[in-house]
Design a protein around this ligand. Structure first.
Ligand SMILES: NC(=O)c1ccc[n+]([C@@H]2O[C@H](COP(=O)([O-])OP(=O)(O)OC[C@H]3O[C@@H](n4cnc5c(N)ncnc54)[C@H](OP(=O)(O)O)[C@@H]3O)[C@@H](O)[C@H]2O)c1
Length: 245
């Protein structure tokens, strides 16, 4: 079996790093992309120790620069790509978004526009290859706007609508688009939250790697969030608006 080549955008994310640790156990090759090279290098160094036979490249990029994103994808596409995982995101304080429009703008850009631009640029490369898997990390927060985090949720909702369109575009082809919707997971992003109720990051990563392997269109991780969000999405407004969520 030939080695997989995997591109990870937001490679310093705890969820992405744990996915990479699973993939590296099969000696995959990686292109790791982040906004801060030293943070991506740390992940690369760890993966090299785990798998000396893996080729691991690192790249630093401005995640909102469409031209840079486009040339990165074009360069990466010079060699065949098996998997693209788009993992970056930032959970803002909702009240800060309400008070400062620039905080809201930044949250919408990094959680919505940026992942979509990366996906669009890499979809072009996968289309040329005629095969591959592209996974985007959305969130259960994108399923229904809630007062606790609706600006973040709006960015994630954008990713979901975009992923649906990409799935329609690539239906019945060798290209699989996978939308991952994690529930609350213990990572630096949720370090300020009580740890009870947070899923373990290694379990979430295992479920993500499995969903990508299976080419699942949508994967709630852990799976119980599918049922929870089905209920949340279908609660009538008059009940929903009484909930403090
Ligand atoms: N943890 C959860 O409960 C949870 C739940 C649902 C969905 N998610 C989603 O899962 C994905 C991974 O998150 P995580 O939990 O692994 O969080 P994490 O460890 O805090 O990682 C966040 C990642 O996003 C990158 N990032 C943040 N702001 C950025 C910016 N302005 N420009 C470029 N990169 C930026 C970070 O880069 P630096 O390392 O350079 O800061 C890091 O790679 C995200 O899309 C997140 O929204 C997480």
């Amino acid at each position: 079996m030939s080695k997989k080549r995997i591109v990870i955008i937001g490679a310093s994310s705890a969820i992405a790093e744990h996915c990479a640790r699973l993939w590296v156990s099969e000696a995959a090759d990686f292109l790791l992309v982040g906004r801060d090279l030293s943070r991506v290098q740390r992940v690369a160094d760890d993966l090299r120790v785990r798998s000396p036979q893996s080729a691991i490249e690192t790249v630093q990029i401005d995640f909102l620069d469409a031209d840079a994103i486009s040339s990165l994808a074009q360069q990466a596409g010079q060699s065949p790509i098996d998997i693209v995982l788009i993992a970056h995101g930032d959970l803002p304080v909702q009240q800060s978004c309400e008070q400062d429009i620039h905080v809201a703008e930044a949250a919408l850009q990094i959680n919505g526009v940026s992942p979509v631009l990366f996906a669009e640029a890499f979809a072009k490369q996968l289309a040329q290859q005629g095969r591959g898997r592209l996974a985007l990390i959305g969130s259960v927060a994108g399923d229904r706007g809630r007062k606790a985090n609706y600006v973040y949720g709006a960015g994630k909702g954008m990713v979901e609508r975009y992923a649906q369109g990409l799935q329609h575009r690539f239906a019945y082809t060798g290209i699989k688009i996978v939308l991952i919707k994690p529930g609350p997971t213990a990572t630096p992003m949720t370090a300020h939250l009580p740890s009870s109720g947070l899923a373990a990051v290694d379990q979430v990563a295992r479920a993500i790697v499995k969903a990508i392997e299976a080419g699942k269109p949508v994967a709630y991780v852990p799976a119980k969030w599918q049922l929870i969000m089905l209920i949340v999405q279908h609660l009538p407004r008059w009940i929903f608006h009484k909930l403090n969520i």
